[in-house]
Design a protein around this ligand. Structure first.
Ligand SMILES: *Cc1c(COP(=O)(O)O)cnc(C)c1O
Length: 374
């Protein structure tokens, strides 16, 4: 696969050697001395990981929890937001399927309502059209959708949410690792390791602001989230680790920390600029192609490039591109049902070039796409 052109960092990216060495090295060490002693050897590194992620997100180490996926982070945070009858939960038109289903279930249980916030003419969340009152308890804000290049506003939404006491849960799954998130205002953030961060699969993180944590009611606690101090009594931790479980893959966590360090060393501003440039080049080439329609919305664009062909269905086009050694994926209706339905789309081909894809490779990918879509 030497001529593989990898355009799927929005799906599951290619980890750098530093990450893989960390994971495999630790697994090997576990075979030598057992999991507990191997973990003890790396306790300081795991502990330092909270600081590493805090530096990456621009938050406090006490606001960081490690999890096994973005979805786990989201479920854990969402479950802890008190909701009752008549409460309103607002979502963007690009809400992710994995968030929507648990929200619908919770709405059934509690009598809260789920409402869709309108988008503006560019397709991103219309901050001016936000209809908020004190019944709004939560805004579920997808920063970058899974099915297209738009980037939603964050801090402006949070400012408005806070006027009515609502919380903002930011799904930064597709922005973490390609967009610098430091300085953004939100109450809770979820991310995954496997996408733009180039970390191992089965890893994720949750950021919960210190002052927000005290307003939440974590329900899924074990004896590391809280100390069992007397047979009838427990004391929850006073940091974001109240959202963690005792058991986790130490190898994968070390791999995630290595991935974050790797991104920080490269420079978050450099990464963002390089991803933007690759995506712009790809979008321009696709726009000029006969029979291809770029499907990205938004004024501000991310590294996700989506398109359809007049002649070849998305799945077939993806298969042909895999044959041509171009790794792309298909984003289907069920992942972003509201948006896809509204736009009359069933599926789009998704290409997501990271900084490690060269401009020459983008040009070669364009040639192969042109050939495959004939
Ligand atoms: C991929 C994705 C998720 C879920 O990430 P997992 O790693 O599968 O938990 C959540 N939201 C968005 C927008 C995504 O693209």
């Amino acid at each position: 696969m030497s001529d593989l052109i990898f355009l799927d960092s929005a799906g599951s990216s290619i980890p750098p050697a530093e990450v893989v060495d960390e994971v495999i090295g630790h697994l090997r060490r576990e075979t030598e001395i057992g999991g507990y002693r191997a973990a003890a050897e790396r306790r300081d590194d795991v502990e330092a990981g909270y600081g590493v992620l805090a530096g990456f997100f621009g938050c406090e180490p006490s606001e960081v929890a490690f999890t096994d996926s973005a979805t786990r982070s989201w479920l854990t945070a969402f479950d802890a937001v008190p909701l009752g009858k008549g409460d309103r939960v607002l979502v963007t038109e690009v809400e992710y399927g994995g968030n929507a289903v648990p929200m619908l279930r919770r709405a059934e249980e509690t009598g809260a309502t789920i409402e869709v916030m309108p988008s503006d003419a560019h397709g991103q969340l219309d901050v001016g059209a936000l209809d908020l009152d004190e019944r709004v308890k939560l805004i579920s804000l997808v920063h970058v959708p899974t099915n297209g290049g738009l980037v939603n506003p964050v801090s402006e939404v949070t400012a408005k949410a806070h006027e009515v006491g609502a919380l903002v849960l930011l799904d930064a799954c597709q922005s973490t690792g390609q967009i610098d998130l430091r300085g953004l205002d939100y109450d809770m953030l979820v991310c995954t390791g496997r996408k733009w961060l180039r970390g191992p699969r089965g890893t994720g993180a949750l950021v919960v602001r210190d002052d927000v944590r005290r307003r939440l009611k974590p329900r899924l606690m074990d004896h590391s989230a809280a100390e069992w101090v007397a047979p009838g009594r427990y004391e929850p931790r006073d940091d974001a680790r109240v959202f963690e479980l005792w058991e986790y893959s130490v190898a994968d966590r070390l791999g995630l920390i290595a991935a974050v360090k790797y991104a920080l060393a490269r420079g978050l501003d450099v990464i963002e600029a390089e991803v933007q440039e690759r995506a712009r080049r790809l979008r321009e080439g696709l726009s000029a192609m006969d029979g291809i329609t770029v499907q990205d919305l938004g004024e501000r664009r991310s590294g996700i490039v989506t398109f359809t062909s007049d002649r070849v269905p998305a799945m077939e086009l993806k298969d042909r591109l895999w044959q041509e050694n171009v790794a792309v994926t298909v984003s289907q209706k069920g992942s972003t049902l509201i948006d896809m339905t509204r736009r009359g789309l069933d599926e789009v081909v998704r290409a997501s070039p990271h900084y490690f894809v060269t401009p020459e490779e983008i040009d070669q990918a364009l040639e192969r796409i042109s050939r495959s879509a004939r």
